[in-house]
Design a protein around this ligand. Structure first.
Ligand SMILES: [Zn+2]
Length: 117
């Protein structure tokens, strides 16, 4: 359902910005024991409540680290071991592009000995 061309948006729990839902990473509380565990839900298939984050470690750290908004919003669930690593892998396209300025050493000014006499 929904009108054509409507892009569902969600708010990032880290920075609070709204983005297209499919560009965000979804977290859900998993585990069926008494202790809930937060897992990444890439397909958005897990039922229940979901929390969305931009694919940026900064947003993850903001939501899961300092403010614990992620945990609180998912019913005080705990973080899965290695969750941050997994998130970083998913988000890999965002953080790693700061070295694009590899200029080739084209003409080195090394031949300064053309002194005609
Ligand atoms: Zn964000």
């Amino acid at each position: 359902m929904g009108s054509r061309g409507h892009v569902p948006q969600r708010r990032c729990a880290g920075c609070g910005r709204r983005s297209a839902k499919k560009s965000l990473v979804r977290f859900a509380a998993g585990g069926d024991g008494e202790k809930k565990i937060i897992v990444i839900d890439p397909g958005g298939t897990a039922g229940g409540r979901g929390v969305y984050l931009c694919p940026r470690l900064k947003c993850y750290d903001e939501a899961a680290g300092r403010r614990k908004a992620l945990q609180r919003r998912l019913g005080s669930a705990g973080l899965e071991a290695g969750l941050r690593t997994e998130f970083a892998r998913l988000a890999g396209c965002g953080d790693n592009r700061s070295q694009d300025a590899r200029t080739l050493p084209g003409t080195a000014p090394a031949d300064s000995n053309h002194s005609h006499r």
